[in-house]
Design a protein around this ligand. Sequence first.
Ligand SMILES: [Zn+2]
Length: 428
Amino acid sequence: MDLIFHGGASEVGRSCIELRTDKGNKYLFDVGIKFKPGGLLFPENVRDIKEFDGVFLSHAHLDHSGGLPLFEHRNLEGPIFCTRQTFGITKILLKDSFKIHRIKNFHVAYNNTDLKKVRDDTRLVSFDKWYRHKDLRFKYLNAGHIPGSAMILVEVENKRLLYTADFNTKKTPLMFNTVMSNERKNVDVLITESTYGYRDLPDRPDLIKKFLKKIKETLDRGGSVLIPVFALGRAQETLILLNELDSDVPIYLDGMAKQITRKILANKSKFVDNKEILRKMFYERVKWVSSERKRKHALKKQGIYVSTSGMLQGGPVLNYLKELWHNEKNLVCLMGFQAKNSNGRHLLEEGYVYLDGWKTEVKCEVEKFDFSGHVGREDLQKYVTEINPKHVIFQHGDEESVNALKDWAEQNLDAKVYVPRINDKYSL
Ligand SMILES: [Zn+2]
């Protein structure tokens, strides 16, 4: 069998790996997109695929799911396997991304009907259960990254392959972590994410304490707090954390996080933790905002504003920032990774953002808290060592990350180590 890397090799974004078996069957692990200034990138060369036999979708994030409608557009038939929670959230994200790209006049390469076809072709799978499909067997395992997220274990041609996708070995207030299991040990092929291959992540309990303390300080000096969040994962964890805050200042929730939170609460996943707190926060404590009029009203007095998007690239968060940036008493809490050239990164490193096209020097306080749904370097190395694979493939990380992991693995593991480039083929 061969593995062909259409995306996500030495980059974060547009994850897509093809598994081509000796019988000629073609399977894909994820079909993501990558955002670039002014447009979108799809996985390379998937347009050449004339037919395929199935997609294993690991989780709903668009860098893993965003390219699915492209296949439907070309009338390629093949089941898309995913968990129920991933399905529910992916539908919302795809629809929203389609809407946004049309507004921005990006070339999206598919249409509204294709979104419906994605829904029709989806086959739901349960966690921890073997399924047979054509010439392979597969099983979905909790990845601990976001609600619905999975690692995919495949048995094919007498070999065992584990695709981790994005994962976390540490528990967070929202997610139960992934665990080690016997069937994951000694796999023939391990394909792992490498997002934090070059550095460790801060200890979460400490980080949570610092986060709550900083908010409290801001409120005590009379300031408001703006928390830009990603709609899926970070938004829900933030609400759970704010439950611990000792304050009566109103908390407002704006943007797509509302829809996603409702979906997460409607699902009975056993891997999502603190659902009752989340339910209480979402339906009782937090005030929902969805119009300009309500936003203006919310901003009249001191408040805590939780809003998308997480990197200040768009969404209602910018409407709040426009009102809050000039007061030194206020605080902006960035909650995680800020991509190069994003407004969030500019703010963090150079102290400015673009508001309505104007470069604006932000006067309020800005603090970054490194909350992450990914595994940090040390835990990743531990996890890979425990699995003890015959082949290990590091992808879904920038050059610095994948190369750091390659060096480490070559010195410490008994495995063949491989770092793919886009379009590379790895034969097994
Ligand atoms: Zn992800």
